[in-house]
Ligand binder design. Structure first.
Ligand code: SF4
Length: 104
């Protein structure tokens, strides 16, 4: 069986419902992966926040049960796979930012 890759949805396709609720992708019509609401936070803050980054790292490390509740049992193929080189460059940038924050 081939390895399940990280889902590109977590990087590429935030989904905003009509009442401002934000989730990870268009498959999440029942808001199982809700990350917040635009009435209280900006999209940038939600999409690049700690929770999303935790879920992204879980996908990269193959720990899908530690990601959004819907991700665990999702047919991620509809959103597509995040290419390995994109996952690696995101991880490198994420670690560099964390290192800078620790130094400041
Ligand atoms: S794995 Fe499924 S639920 Fe999770 S972000 Fe991708 S498409 Fe959405």
């Amino acid at each position: 069986m081939s390895r399940r890759p990280p889902c590109a949805g977590l990087w590429n396709t935030p989904m905003v419902h009509v009442d401002g609720d934000v989730t990870t992708c268009c498959l999440d019509e029942h808001l199982e992966n809700k990350i917040g609401n635009l009435r209280t936070h900006s999209l940038a803050r939600l999409w690049h926040g700690e929770l999303m980054n935790r879920w992204r790292i879980a996908h990269i490390e193959g720990r899908f049960a530690d990601s959004g509740p819907l991700c665990t049992r999702c047919n991620w193929r509809s959103a597509g796979a995040l290419p390995d080189e994109k996952a690696q460059s995101w991880l490198d940038a994420f670690r560099a930012r964390a290192k800078r924050r620790r130094r400041d």
